[in-house]
Design a protein around this ligand. Structure first.
Ligand code: DX5
Ligand code: ZN
Length: 224
């Protein structure tokens, strides 16, 4: 099957002093979706930015915004994200007990957004299975969540394939995302393993020429 490849620059790696310019530059370079990492310093040992910033990003973004919530209480913010016009929201399998994770995913869907479930490296694909029916996206973290610029964990590749198999078993399109350490040297392996959506922070915003970097990343992902 020919999967459509999408490239999602992670705004965590952009220059926040020039956010508006960074957003236009990324769109100009060929970004498909913006990935917005929200961290609360509790679920992960770092704090990034909050929902007012996402609202601002959304208000000037020409492409969809995907919110990756690395926070303990995501359910309180689903309606805020929907009101801002965010297209998709991902939460982690372990931010709370399973019934609350499911309620949160259902709330995301009810609010009209796509829902995603994310797996930290220590969890296998089966941890996402019970949520598959309410998910449009399965996110395989290929680093420990919390920071950009970390080294890709190649032992996650088999999990990507497991998630792809799960996604392909559905009678609808379910995206398999990868996030963490995605670069020209790792993107093809992830694509071969079955990923279709690539979250890229450092290798996108840190590139000397973002347009050619984005084109090269896409080419590598498509060449599997
Ligand atoms: C890490 C975040 C990532 C991060 C990726 O917790 O979820 O989205 O920005 O950054 P790179 O591509 O630099 O690993
Ligand atoms: Zn992320």
């Amino acid at each position: 099957m020919n999967r459509k490849i999408t490239i999602s620059p992670s705004l965590l790696a952009c220059d926040f002093l020039c956010l508006e310019d960074e957003i236009s530059s990324a769109v100009e370079a060929g970004a498909d979706v913006f990935h917005a990492d929200v961290m609360d310093g509790v679920y992960v040992p770092n704090i990034s930015f909050g929902f007012d910033i996402i609202k601002k990003i959304k208000s000037i973004s020409a492409i969809p915004v995907d919110a990756h919530l690395m926070i303990k209480k995501p359910y309180s913010y689903i309606d805020v994200l929907a009101a801002a016009g965010v297209e998709s929201v991902t939460v982690h399998t372990d931010f709370d007990e399973p019934s609350i994770v499911r309620d949160t995913l259902e709330r995301i869907k009810k609010a009209g957004m796509k829902a995603g479930i994310a797996l930290r490296p220590k969890f296998s694909a089966s941890a996402a299975e019970e949520y598959l029916d309410v998910c449009d996206m399965l996110l395989c973290m290929t680093v420990e969540p919390g920071f950009g610029g970390q080294k890709f964990m190649s032992d996650m590749l088999s999990k990507i394939s497991d998630l792809r198999r799960m996604a392909d078993g559905e009678n609808r399109f379910v995206s398999v995302q990868v996030d963490g350490g995605i670069s020209p040297s790792t993107i093809r392996l992830c694509s071969e393993a079955g990923a279709d959506n690539f979250v890229i922070g450092t290798a996108f915003f840190g590139a000397e020429n973002r347009k050619s970097a984005c084109a090269e990343l896409r080419r590598l992902a498509e060449s599997r």
